[in-house]
Design a protein around this ligand. Structure first.
Ligand code: HEC
Length: 123
């Protein structure tokens, strides 16, 4: 019985700690509000209107499994990291003219929070 309680407490503590370490919590909220209608971030989940965005850190643009990208993004050769995502989300069509991704995040702090959430604390 005592073991069970401790396991539960440890589990709750770990759950509470993870978002704070991985990314500002605001990033996840913004993602759910502005991106989730088109994108999932769950590994292995089906693509939506936009591709699955799990494991984005270090991923080459246009390579999510079973997603039909625009030729422009598929051939862009971009590697996703904090710098390239910041640039893309500032104005997707300026970085990749002809991309079908049209949603930008004009606010710098909000952009940083969402990028942090997508990269799960990696660069
Ligand atoms: C209205 C639907 C829609 C919304 C909302 C949307 N996206 Fe997209 N996104 C797309 C589409 C469609 C693509 C594929 C673009 C292409 O093929 O040119 C895409 C592509 C991307 C890519 C490139 C992924 C890859 O595999 O190379 C990233 C990163 C991305 N979106 C991030 C975001 C973020 C962050 C948000 C929220 C701020 C967001 N998107 C909101 C539709 C959307």
């Amino acid at each position: 019985m005592r073991m069970t309680i401790w396991a539960a407490v440890a589990g709750m503590t770990a759950m509470a700690a993870v978002p704070a370490l991985a990314a500002p919590p605001q990033g996840e909220t913004l993602f759910r509000q502005r991106c989730q209608m088109c994108h999932t971030d769950a590994p292995g989940a089906r693509n939506g209107v936009g591709p699955n965005l799990s494991g984005l850190s270090g991923r080459t643009a246009g390579t999510a499994a079973n997603y039909k990208y625009s030729p422009k993004l598929a051939k862009s050769g971009i590697t996703w990291n904090s710098k390239t995502l910041d640039q893309f989300l500032t104005a997707p069509n300026r970085m990749v003219p002809g991309t079908r991704m049209v949603i930008s995040i004009p606010n710098k702090d909000e952009r940083k929070a969402v990028v942090g959430f997508l990269l799960k604390g990696k660069k």
